[in-house]
Design a protein. Structure first.
Length: 369
């Protein structure tokens, strides 16, 4: 396997040796591979390239540079001479463990969660919605504690006025507004246009926030909280917990949805679905994420500022292996309210943080190991 077209960098050809398939799906295949020249282990995602369209995943990944997002090292094209097909190959960092595999045995689950919302904050500031956040797409390095989001095959950059498909996101983690058929991920309640634009931008991203809330619940519960067997079944599972949405909540999720013929189910307290040992602060945080009205969900950094995560702001908190925690404060405070900043950042750190060059930061961490 070698690159025969564009690559990063473009000045040389890098040869790879595919070792084995480590993932497969409708998108294509993922290989564990070796860089022939250096012996470095990488992951290569191979997808069929439709020559009529620019690959959205590649375009988005070129923009990303954050320690909690999988790094695009290189890319190249290969050809299937028999069927005259062209494949795009994305060369990525290789991290073998996922939150899906580790969630039941990783003792310090709390330490995973802020990293999810920090990278969410980063993506949303770039105007990018991932649209398929699930435990299988969250990679974790147990030595450093770093969590990395992967698989941007469903991701999309926000474009004003452009509609989007509602059948997106893996079912267990699909926001209810998608089940109700929202295609603009927005509401239209007669507000002024500039306020509406803000709402459109925000709600577009809040389908990702719902997904991360489902993962949060799964880490606490040990299994998916909404295990629907179909699209409608998924809504039924959500209603079992949150109760039947009101007319206004449905309007907030999708103003074009006019039916209202649901049986009236009362919401149940969250604690009734979780083990008795579950922290009340964890459930309070979760209750502010898993809500029907998208604009009422906590924003990523507001979640990180919740008292449930105060333990992680202590310099004395360590990983299970005794190593220091990864950086939990690699984000921009621009546009964040002073009250959230005060809760979010420990007193021993400056309050005017901004995004660092995360790849350089990761290199420094690796060199210190």
């Amino acid at each position: 396997m070698s690159d025969s077209s564009e690559s990063i960098p473009k000045s040389r050809v890098v040869k790879y040796r595919a070792e084995k398939i480590i993932g497969k799906g409708a998108f294509g295949l993922v290989y564990k591979a070796t860089v022939v020249e250096t012996g470095e282990i990488v992951a290569i995602k191979k997808v069929l390239q439709d020559q009529r369209y620019k690959n959205r995943e590649l375009s988005i990944m070129k923009q990303l540079d954050h320690i909690n997002i999988i790094k695009l090292q290189n890319y190249f094209y290969t050809h299937n001479e028999t069927e005259k097909e062209i494949f795009l190959n994305l060369v990525l960092d290789y991290i073998p463990d996922t939150v899906s595999r580790l969630s039941k045995r990783y003792r310090k689950r709390k330490q995973l969660m802020p990293l999810i919302w920090i990278k969410e904050s980063y993506l949303h500031k770039l105007g990018i919605c991932h649209r398929d956040i699930k435990p299988q797409n969250l990679l974790i390095d147990l030595d450093t504690g770093y969590l990395k989001l992967c698989d941007f095959g469903s991701a999309k950059a926000l474009v004003k006025g452009q509609s989007n498909i509602s059948y997106i996101c893996s079912r267990f983690y699909r926001a209810p507004e998608l089940i109700f058929g929202a295609t603009e991920y927005t509401t239209n309640i007669g507000t002024k246009s500039y306020i509406l634009l803000i709402k459109q931008t925000l709600i577009f991203f809040l389908i990702d926030i719902w997904s991360t809330g489902c993962i949060f619940a799964e880490l606490l519960l040990g299994r998916p909280i909404f295990p629907g067997e179909s699209g409608i079944g998924q809504l039924v599972e959500i209603i079992k917990v949150l109760g039947t949405p009101s007319r206004q909540e449905i309007k907030e999720m999708n103003p074009d949805y006019t039916k209202y013929d649901f049986p009236q189910i009362q919401p149940k307290p969250l604690f009734s679905f979780f083990p008795q040992s579950t922290s009340s602060e964890a459930l309070d945080c979760l209750s502010k994420i898993l809500v029907y009205t998208p604009t009422q969900r906590l924003k990523p950094l507001e979640i990180c500022a919740h008292p449930f995560f105060d333990e992680l702001r202590s310099p004395n908190t360590l990983l299970p292996n005794g190593n220091s925690l990864p950086s939990l404060f690699d984000f921009s405070t621009q546009g964040v309210s002073p009250s959230v900043i005060e809760k979010l950042i420990p007193n021993n750190l400056p309050k005017n943080l901004s995004f660092s060059n995360s790849n350089e930061q990761e290199k420094k961490i690796s060199n210190q190991k």
